[in-house]
Design a protein around this ligand. Structure first.
Ligand code: FES
Length: 313
């Protein structure tokens, strides 16, 4: 895997979509076209301290001139969103990677979206493509209230009566059973982990096959009560065994030993640090991998092993 190209893009427009969500339009200062992307793709935004954060592209994938992202200000967060809200005014430069897709539209006769809050961003781009293709789709959009629902006018314009809004402050809470039976549909869920869990539970009760469910978490799921234990990681290619102490991640130990590992969120959300494993009992703590992928893949930034694991490296 290679490092992702970083482009210096200019903020062409910056507007508050809600009091906490900044909607940015980015352009290349010289080139008329940006790298192409598929609806559901995200970009990395590099911060001045070198850290990176990921944001889904929410604009029109047919528009090669601009990228659009929306950033929710998290006052209790680690500072990235506060920096973005304060610094990324029109004319500012944003260091942004080429897009990458972990979350894609699937072949299906019907598409059902359940999105919560800022999780609307990939769904907006996906709905725009589906609408352009004349596809059959429904979007359930959950937020606390209409003024706090990011990108709502844009989503309404794209979806029309295919959009159903659920604002808890108005007493309209989304019932996950509303997704109905699967038939020939694909289900997309993006938002906080509790929404993903509720929809996955309902989908299982309604008989949805796991492979028809695409989920993207917009928050880390890490259990604060988790007590990490040390373990050993063996590299299949060299048989070298590395010790991972309780206070270090597998990702950090791999890097300490000169193994180049990509990463982005380092929260178990994006999937960029994932590698394969062939033996061992893995304690999966990520929100990136599907149940099927967990059989032979591990998110090295957050997941650990019981006693030992053999990595496909
Ligand atoms: S770096 Fe994002 S899941 Fe590990």
């Amino acid at each position: 895997m290679t490092a992702r190209m970083i482009m210096k893009l200019r903020v062409e427009a910056a507007a508050l979509s809600t009091p906490k969500v900044l909607h940015l339009t980015l352009v290349h200062p010289i080139r008329p076209e940006l790298p192409a992307w598929e609806p559901g793709a995200h970009v990395d935004l590099r911060l001045p301290d070198g850290k990176i954060r990921q944001y889904s592209l929410c604009g029109d994938s047919a528009d090669r001139r601009t990228y659009e992202i929306a950033i929710k200000r998290e006052d209790a967060g680690r500072g990235a969103s506060r920096w973005a809200h304060d610094a990324l005014a029109p004319g500012a430069v944003a260091h942004v990677s080429a897009p990458r897709s972990n979350f894609r539209l699937q072949e299906a006769r019907r598409h059902v979206f359940v999105v919560g809050g800022i999780g609307v961003t990939p769904a907006l781009a996906m709905a725009r493509r589906l609408a352009a293709d004349g596809a059959d789709f429904t979007v359930h959009f959950c937020a606390r209230s209409e003024p706090e629902a990011p990108l709502l006018p844009e989503l309404r314009a794209v979806c029309g009566d295919r959009l159903q809004t659920w604002f808890s402050a108005d007493g309209r809470r989304f019932d996950p059973q509303l997704i109905g039976p699967a038939h020939d549909a694909c289900l997309y869920v993006c938002g906080p982990q509790r929404l993903l869990d509720a929809v996955r539970t309902a989908a299982a009760e309604l008989g949805w096959p796991e492979q028809r469910i695409c989920a993207e978490a917009f928050q880390a799921t890490l259990d604060e009560n988790f007590k990490p234990e040390p373990f050993d990681a063996t590299l299949a290619s060299t048989a070298e065994t590395l010790h991972v102490p309780a206070d270090r991640s597998l990702l950090e130990v791999l890097r300490d030993h000169g193994i180049t590992m990509p990463s982005s969120c380092e929260l178990g959300v994006c999937g960029s640090c994932v590698c394969g494993y062939t033996e061992g009992v893995v304690i999966h703590r990520d929100a990136a991998l599907s149940v099927a992928d967990r059989q032979d893949k591990i998110a090295t930034c957050v997941s650990r092993a019981r006693v030992s694991v053999t990595l496909d490296l």
